[in-house]
Design a protein around this ligand. Structure first.
Ligand code: BGC
Length: 757
C-alpha cells in the first residue's frame, strides 16, 4: 500500500511536477521514486471492477480479474432506491480496495437525452433528480470503503456518435437544469474524489479545456476540491487543458505531454501556480489512497447474493393482466428465448467486466419450479450452436413447446452487438425474428409473459397483446436468479421506469436533433427531455416515467404539505391493500401555474422507495430541497426560486397522480443589473426601476404630448416593451439624453435601501 507522504509540489522539480499530471500507463498515475511518491491505480467501473492485471485497454477488449457484476446503471436507476445504490457502491468499493485500486471510474451520470444513445445502459435516468440522488448514494458507497469514485462524463456526453469531437450546443437553462444539475448535486452532497471530464465539446469548447466548466462552475461555484481527470484520450491540447483546470491526463506513458508542459511553463504559456495546483491534487489523491486501511478479502458468495437482491429490486413489472404473475411453482412452464440460457446482463465497452459467476434464468426456474419446465431457444444468438438452425424451425419448435405448457415465459431483448459504448443505435426496435417468435408463441399459448433484456429502451409493439411484461433491462451476473425470484413471487417487484418508453422513436424529444451533423448537435428540445417532452407535447407514452406495478396494491390518502425551514415537506399516507408485503415508490412532481419561466408541465422533485407490510398504512414523508425548485436565471447568471403557489402532484408515476396539494413559496430576489441594453419591459417589471422610469416618462410627456398617448395605449406599450432603454435618446424626438438614462440606470441599480442588488 502507498505510504503516507508529506511531499508537496514545492519539493518537486518542474519536470517531476509535469510528470505527475499525466498517467504512467493506461491505468496508473506516475510515481516519483526520488521522493517516495508512489503510483495509484484507477479502474473501470461502474457496475463492478474491471481491473486488468496485465496490459491494459480501455475498450473492454482484454480480460480483467473476475469481479462481481452488479446490475448496470440502467437497472439500478429503476430501483429508485438510494440505500440500495449505497450498498452496491460500498460492495464495489470493497472489491476495489481488495484489489488495491485507488479510484473506481464511475458512476456515469449523464442524462439519457435520446433513447438511441449507445451508452444509455451506463446511465441512470432521463431525470436529473433521480440521477443526482442515486449517483450521490453510489459515490458515498464506493468512498465509504476508502476508495475514490470518478464522477463521469463531465459533461453533456449524451451520445456516442462523434463523441470525441461533437459540440453539444445547449442553452443555459437546459445545460444547468437538466445536464449539469445531477453533477452539481453529487459534487455537493457526496464530494467525489475525482471528476472525469468528457470527450465532447460544450458549446464549441472541449470539456477537457473548458475553464468555465472545470474551474468556474465545478470548483468556484460547487466547491469541488478533488482531482479532475480526463476521459481516456480526451485531451487535445494538454497545455490549454492544464490552464483550464484539468489536473490529470489519462492514459499516459509517452512523456510528450510532460515536455510540452515544461516548455509552456518556461515560456509563460501556463503559470507555475496552475501546474502546482494540478500536481498537488495528484499528490492529494495518492495520499488519500494511502490512508485506506488494509482491505479484507471479499466474500464472493455474499457479493453474489447482494447482486441478486439488487437485480430483483431493479426489475420493473410493466404489465400484469389478470394477475398472470406470479407464476405458481406447480405450473407447467415453457421457457422460450435464447436469453434465458445465455443472459444479456451487461453492456459492451469499457464497463464490461468478467463476472465471478453467471446465473441464467432457465437453471434458476428449474431450481424453483416443482412442475415441468421445458425450453426452446426460439431464435439464435450470434455465435451460438443454434445459428446453424433454420429460423422458422426454431420458431415452430418454440410454438410447440408453448402449446404444451400452462404458461409461456418468453425472453426477448437486444443482442449484444446492437448496443455498445462507441456507437449509437439507429432505431428502437427489437429484432424482427424475435417479434415473429412472440407471435408464434402467443398464438400457441395466450398465457404469455414477456421478459425483456436491453440496455437502451426498446419499443413494444406487442404491449397490448400480451398479458404480462417484465422489464429486466440488464441485471448483472445474478439476474437469472433475480428474475426467478420476481416471476415466482419470492420478491414483490418494486422497480420503476427511470426513462419513458415511447411508442415510436418519432415521439421522443431529441428526434430530428440527434445525433447532429457537421460536428454539432443542437439540444433543440431545451428543457423538455424525456417525460417533460411527452407531457408538454401531450404525447402518450407506451409506459410512462415512474411506472411499475407490484403484486400488491397501494392506496394513497390525501397529501399534506408544510415548510420546514427552506424546504418543502410532503406527507402522504400510503396503504398496502393487498395480502403481500411490498415496496412503493412515492413520487412528487411540481409545477408553478402562471410561472414567468418556460417550464415543463411537471417535474419530479422528490421520491422515496418505502417498504409497506400487507394491510398497513405508512405515513410517507418526502422532502423537497428548496434548491431543487430553482430555475437557472440566464440574465442573472444564477439559480433563482420563483415565488408563487406551487402545485404538488403525488403519485405512483408521472401519469398516475393520486393526490394534489399546493404550497406557497417566497421567491428569491430577481433584481437584474440594468444597463443601456435593458428593455423597457424589463425595467417596468422591477417595481423600483419602474417608478423611476414612469416619473421620467411623465416629465417627458410634459414636453412631448404624444408620449402620453403611448402610455395610455396598451398595444403601443406592449410594442415598446422590447425597446432597449439606451436607444431612447433621440428616437423619434424623445426628449431624453443619454446622460439622463445613465443616471436613471445608476439609481435603479443602487436600488431602494432594502432591495438586494
Ligand atoms: C470511457 C470511460 C472509461 C475510460 C477508461 C473511456 O473510453 O469513456 O468511461 O472510464 O475509457 O476505460
Amino acid at each position: 500500500m502507498t505510504p503516507r507522504t508529506p511531499i508537496t509540489s514545492v519539493d518537486l522539480t518542474l519536470t517531476e511536477k509535469a510528470s505527475l499530471t499525466s498517467g504512467a500507463d493506461v491505468w496508473h498515475t506516475t510515481s516519483i521514486p526520488r521522493v517516495g511518491v508512489e503510483s495509484v491505480m484507477m479502474t473501470d467501473g461502474p457496475h463492478g471492477l474491471r481491473k486488468q492485471s496485465v496490459g491494459g485497454d480501455h475498450l473492454g477488449l482484454g480480460d480483467s480479474n473476475p469481479a462481481t457484476c452488479y446490475p448496470p446503471a440502467v437497472a439500478l436507476g429503476a430501483s429508485f432506491d438510494v440505500d440500495l445504490l449505497r450498498r452496491v457502491g460500498q460492495a464495489i468499493g470493497e472489491e476495489a480496495a481488495a484489489e488495491d485500486v485507488a479510484v473506481v471510474l464511475g458512476p456515469g451520470i449523464n442524462i439519457k437525452r435520446s433513447p438511441l444513445c449507445g451508452r444509455n445502459f451506463e446511465y441512470l435516468s432521463e431525470d436529473p433528480l433521480v440521477t443526482g440522488a442515486l449517483g450521490a448514494a453510489m459515490v458515498e458507497g464506493i468512498q465509504s470503503a476508502g476508495v475514490g469514485a470518478s464522477l463521469k462524463h463531465f459533461a453533456a456526453n449524451n451520445q456516442e456518435t462523434d463523441r470525441m469531437r461533437v459540440s453539444a450546443d445547449i442553452a443555459p437553462r437546459p445545460l444547468r437544469e437538466i445536464y449539469l444539475r445531477a453533477f452539481e448535486h453529487v459534487v455537493r452532497q457526496a464530494r467525489p474524489w475525482t471528476v472525469m471530464c468528457s470527450y465532447n465539446r460544450i458549446n464549441g469548447i472541449y470539456a477537457s479545456k473548458n475553464r468555465w466548466l472545470l474551474t468556474d462552475v465545478l470548483r468556484d461555484e460547487w466547491g469541488f476540491d478533488g482531482l479532475v481527470v480526463s476521459d481516456w484520450g480526451a485531451v487535445d491540447d494538454r497545455v490549454a487543458a492544464l490552464a483550464a483546470g484539468l489536473d490529470l491526463e489519462m492514459p499516459g506513458g509517452n512523456g510528450h505531454a510532460d515536455a510540452r508542459i515544461v516548455a509552456a511553463v518556461d515560456a509563460g504559456g501556463v503559470t507555475q501556480e496552475a501546474l502546482d495546483a494540478a500536481a498537488g491534487r495528484v499528490l492529494d489523491l495518492v495520499r488519500r489512497a494511502g490512508r485506506r486501511p488494509s482491505a479484507a478479502p471479499i466474500d464472493v458468495d455474499a457479493h453474489h447474493l447482494l447482486a441478486r437482491e439488487a437485480a430483483a429490486r431493479c426489475i420493473v413489472l410493466l404489465k400484469n393482466d389478470a394477475d398472470l404473475l406470479p407464476l405458481r411453482t406447480t405450473d407447467r412452464i415453457a421457457v422460450i428465448g435464447a436469453f434465458a440460457e445465455r443472459p444479456r446482463y451487461q453492456g459492451a465497452g469499457s464497463s464490461r467486466i468478467v463476472p465471478t459467476r453467471l446465473d441464467n434464468a432457465l437453471d434458476e426456474f428449474r431450481a424453483v419450479a416443482a412442475g415441468e419446465v421445458t425450453y426452446a431457444p426460439g431464435f439464435a444468438l450470434r455465435g451460438s450452436a443454434d445459428s446453424a438452425r433454420d429460423a422458422g424451425e426454431l420458431r415452430a419448435e418454440a410454438g410447440r413447446v408453448a402449446a404444451d405448457a400452462e404458461v409461456a415465459v418468453v425472453f426477448l431483448g437486444l443482442p449484444d452487438e446492437e448496443e455498445s459504448e462507441g456507437f449509437d443505435r439507429r432505431h428502437l426496435d427489437l429484432p424482427a425474428e424475435q417479434l415473429a417468435l412472440l407471435e408464434e408463441v402467443r398464438a400457441a399459448n395466450p398465457r404469455t409473459v414477456v421478459v425483456l433484456s436491453h440496455g437502451g429502451v426498446v419499443t413494444l409493439p406487442f404491449a397490448d397483446d400480451v398479458p404480462a411484461i417484465v422489464d429486466g433491462s440488464l441485471l448483472g451476473q445474478a439476474g437469472g436468479g433475480a428474475t426467478a425470484d420476481v416471476l415466482f413471487g419470492v420478491v414483490n417487484p418494486s422497480g420503476r421506469l427511470a426513462e419513458t418508453v415511447p411508442h415510436r422513436l418519432e415521439d421522443t424529444a431529441s428526434f430530428g436533433n440527434f445525433p447532429g451533423e457537421d460536428g454539432h448537435v443542437v439540444y433543440g428540445e431545451g428543457l423538455l427531455v424525456g417525460y417533460r417532452w411527452h407531457d408538454a407535447r401531450r404525447i402518450g407514452p407506451a409506459f410512462p416515467f415512474g411506472h411499475g406495478l407490484s403484486f400488491t396494491h397501494f392506496r394513497y390518502g390525501e397529501a399534506g404539505t408544510h415548510l420546514r425551514g427552506d424546504d418543502v415537506v410532503v406527507r402522504v399516507p400510503v396503504t398496502n391493500e393487498g395480502d403481500r408485503d411490498g415496496s412503493e415508490v412515492v413520487q412528487v412532481y411540481t409545477s408553478l401555474p402562471g410561472s414567468r419561466a418556460v417550464r415543463p408541465p411537471r417535474e419530479l422533485k422528490a421520491f422515496r422507495s418505502v417498504g409497506i407490510p400487507s394491510g398497513q398504512t405508512v405515513e410517507v414523508e418526502l422532502v423537497i430541497d428548496r434548491a431543487d425548485l430553482a430555475v437557472w436565471d440566464a440574465r442573472l447568471d444564477r439559480w433563482r426560486v420563483e415565488g408563487g403557489e406551487y402545485v404538488l402532484e403525488v403519485g405512483a408515476s408521472s401519469r398516475d397522480v393520486r393526490s394534489r396539494t399546493s404550497v406557497a413559496i417566497d421567491g428569491d430576489s430577481a433584481r437584474p443589473v440594468f444597463t443601456r441594453d435593458s428593455s423597457l419591459g424589463e425595467v417596468l417589471a422591477d417595481p423600483f426601476a419602474a417608478q423611476l422610469v414612469q416619473r421620467a416618462l411623465a416629465e417627458m410627456a410634459g414636453q412631448m404630448p404624444e408620449i402620453e398617448n403611448v402610455l395610455q395605449d396598451t398595444t403601443m406599450m406592449q410594442l415598446m416593451e422590447s425597446f432597449p432603454i439606451g436607444r431612447l435618446p433621440g428616437y423619434g424626438g424623445v426628449p431624453i439624453t443619454a446622460e439622463t438614462i445613465d443616471g436613471l440606470i445608476a439609481i435603479a441599480n443602487a436600488g431602494p435601501d432594502d432591495a438586494a442588488p
